[in-house]
Design a binder for this molecule. Sequence first.
Ligand code: FMN
Length: 319
Amino acid sequence: MSSFKNLRIVDNFYQTSLFYPMPTMLIATLSPSGATSLGAYSLCFPYYIAGKGYYAMLLECRNSSNTAQNILRTGVCAINFLEDDKKLFKETVRLGFPGERCEEKMDDCFLEMEDGQAGAADAEKKARPRVLKDAFQVLECSWDDTLEDAFEDRSRVGQLEGVEPPYRNFNGITSKFGAHFILRIDAILMKERQYGAIVNGVRAGDFPRIPVDYGYRDSKSFWYTKFRRPLGVSVPAKPGMDLSAVRYAAERIDPEVLFTDEACEALRKIPRVFLKTALAGIAEQAKAMGLPRVDGKVVVDAAVLAVVNDKRNAEKKRG
Ligand SMILES: Cc1cc2nc3c(=O)[nH]c(=O)nc-3n(C[C@H](O)[C@H](O)[C@H](O)COP(=O)(O)O)c2cc1C
């Protein structure tokens, strides 16, 4: 016999039929007057995380919301993350109350804003929403309306009582009341403290105090839990791969590159599934360094590996 009850799946199942932990974000968009407007969102997740040529988030929202309407019209937004603070969370819940126009809700908003940074690198110099001064991190984004030809949905702005078919599968207007947006990440802005933690190595005390929200459980309350200091759980100490297995793979990755035993030894701790990709990346970077060749080959030893690693860390710092 099952130890579970089988629950009916209904609309908004993630909050009506599950206990689903979510982050809270205030998404800034440009209102028709050009002012920055804020809406509260949780259903916003990483979408393209590697191998696509660009990085993207996915936002799920009501297509009549100010946020959806503004993204359809202007194509830009900024996703702001705030730390756990009762006053800030109350304001977030207020900014999550449906039905107010941008000007109405923003009139009473006490959150301070500043200019973002994505605009500077933007060839078109399009207007962008401002970002929240109190946020610990912000993703400045632009909607990829080329996927699924979603740009055609720009002509559907203003249909606030429900949009008639056709609907898209995953980008643009996706149902009578729903919309999904694939948002290209143009810039990640991070406050000094968290920036330091990411670049120099994170300790428990460096984590931003992020609340976890559980959405509307009933018509009375919005539920969330306060931040608790995170705990680090050690990665299981798996025995490294056999040196001979690493050497075998290293010898076959690129005929112009020779990995020394010392380098192979250092690479034993890489999980087997990632080894080929890691070797190929290192070989490519080593060749690009313009090192003197030995018998026509670029030699990757521990020193070269250290430079490759440093470069990777420097990439994170760039910006
Ligand atoms: C913490 C929080 C998270 C929310 N998350 C979402 C969400 O992910 N998607 C959505 O459609 N509505 C969500 N809502 C409801 C919207 O905030 C609400 O529709 C609001 O009217 C949006 O503001 P806007 O019209 O200015 O965009 C959330 C509300 C709160 C308080």
